[in-house]
Design a protein around this ligand. Structure first.
Ligand SMILES: NC(=O)c1ccc[n+]([C@@H]2O[C@H](COP(=O)([O-])OP(=O)(O)OC[C@H]3O[C@@H](n4cnc5c(N)ncnc54)[C@H](OP(=O)(O)O)[C@@H]3O)[C@@H](O)[C@H]2O)c1
Ligand SMILES: C[C@@H]1O[C@H](OP(=O)(O)OP(=O)(O)OC[C@H]2O[C@@H](n3cnc4c(=O)[nH]c(N)nc43)[C@H](O)[C@@H]2O)[C@@H](O)[C@H](O)[C@@H]1O
Length: 311
């Protein structure tokens, strides 16, 4: 059914993949930038919802970054994400908007939890220190949605928990990018400049589940067509992972890098693994379609198209 959707984070990687998806045109999608709607200003949020009256909200805004960005700014990652979530979800409740889809992150799982991570494991152990602030903010927004849904039968606020994501519209600046786009940039520079050795952060044995953002966007539309069928919290991932070393070698093969790698053990590695259980996702009848090789190729094409000189 067509919705009047408020999409937050519409200029970000997840948001732009949602807007680029063919089914976006089936709905009336409002996607204000942060200068048109600053989620850190609760009064602005209240006024925007009152003026536009969406019937579904997709919350894909946030202060987002890789391990090094999180370590450099734990206060910002906690405060901004907490305030954005609280302001948006709180005013959505006040306006009695019937549906909200909150985008969380697999980093909110306990660092030592048994893999694959099941949705019931949230809050069942200590968090990963390198992104604890961000994880706390994500957990608060996730629980806020649950409490609202549990105490307001006419409201349905649910959370998707994606694994690591990459793709078109990603961030490539090494100061705040995640591993996959950072490695595309590093290896592309090595090929262009004839560099024969590329650093891998850590021993490369950590494992990650990186899903192509276009697939998450596809699931978002699949999910909003079956909103009532969705569980309160739902992992959205591949169901398998690779080592960091394997990601480097796959990217090197695709970009034509023939040099060697050196492990820089002074760099942070974060969680050893955060593979999520996809039983509930598969039960809904959806699975991601984009292979790692195809996803890297599309991401690299996008990277080349934006001209990396200003990154
Ligand atoms: N990337 C990943 O690996 C990953 C993995 C799992 C989950 N997620 C989740 O997916 C969501 C989107 O991530 P992303 O990778 O798309 O992030 P992103 O590319 O950094 O985009 C962040 C978005 O949030 C907006 N935003 C930031 N501060 C704002 C504010 N004060 N008011 C309104 N909007 C604001 C930004 O708008 P401006 O550009 O105008 O600042 C931008 O559109 C986040 O909830 C993140 O936790 C991401
Ligand atoms: C989904 C995101 O996961 C994030 O954790 P996390 O996967 O470790 O974030 P990433 O920065 O993607 O790092 C993933 C893994 O890749 C390794 N890695 C290897 N080489 C590089 C490199 O050149 N750059 C980067 N960035 N990593 C690299 C890094 O040590 C870590 O083990 C959280 O900090 C965020 O809050 C968010 O939740």
């Amino acid at each position: 059914m067509p919705y009047k959707i408020l999409l937050t984070g519409g200029t970000g990687m997840v948001g732009r993949n949602i807007l680029e998806h063919p089914e976006a045109t089936d709905h009336d999608v409002l996607h204000p930038t942060s200068s048109e709607l600053n989620l850190l200003d609760r009064r602005e949020v209240k006024a925007y919802l009152s003026a536009h009256k969406p019937d579904l909200i997709i919350h894909a805004a946030g202060l987002v970054g890789g391990i090094q960005a999180n370590m450099a700014n734990p206060v910002g990652f906690l405060m901004d994400n907490l305030d954005m979530g609280r302001n948006l979800i709180g005013e959505t409740l006040a306006a009695k908007v019937p549906r909200l889809l909150n985008i969380a992150s697999s980093c909110m799982y306990p660092r030592g939890a048994k893999n694959p991570l099941e949705e019931s494991m949230v809050l069942k152990g200590e968090l990963e220190p390198t992104n604890e602030g961000y994880a706390l903010a994500k957990i608060v927004a996730t629980r806020l949605c649950q409490y609202i849904s549990d105490t307001n039968p006419e409201l349905s606020y649910k959370t998707l928990i994606p694994c690591n994501l990459y793709g078109r519209f990603d961030k490539f600046d090494p100061r705040n990018s995640h591993m996959l786009p950072a490695v595309i940039r590093k290896i592309d520079l090595a090929v262009k400049e004839g560099i024969n050795e590329v650093d891998i952060w850590g021993d490369g044995l950590s494992r990650r589940e990186f899903m192509y953002s276009g697939d998450l966007a596809d699931f978002v539309f699949y999910a909003i067509e079956r909103f009532e069928e969705l569980p309160q919290d739902l992992n959205v991932g591949l169901g398998y992972d690779y080592t960091i070393n394997e990601y480097y070698h796959t990217i090197a093969d695709i970009l034509g890098y023939r040099g060697t790698f050196k492990h820089d053990l002074t760099k942070p590695v974060g969680m050893k693994r955060k593979l999520m259980d996809n039983t509930k996702l598969k039960a809904l009848g959806w699975e991601p379609k984009t292979s790692l090789e195809e996803g890297i190729r599309r991401t690299f094409e996008y990277y080349k198209s934006i001209g990396n000189e200003h990154i």
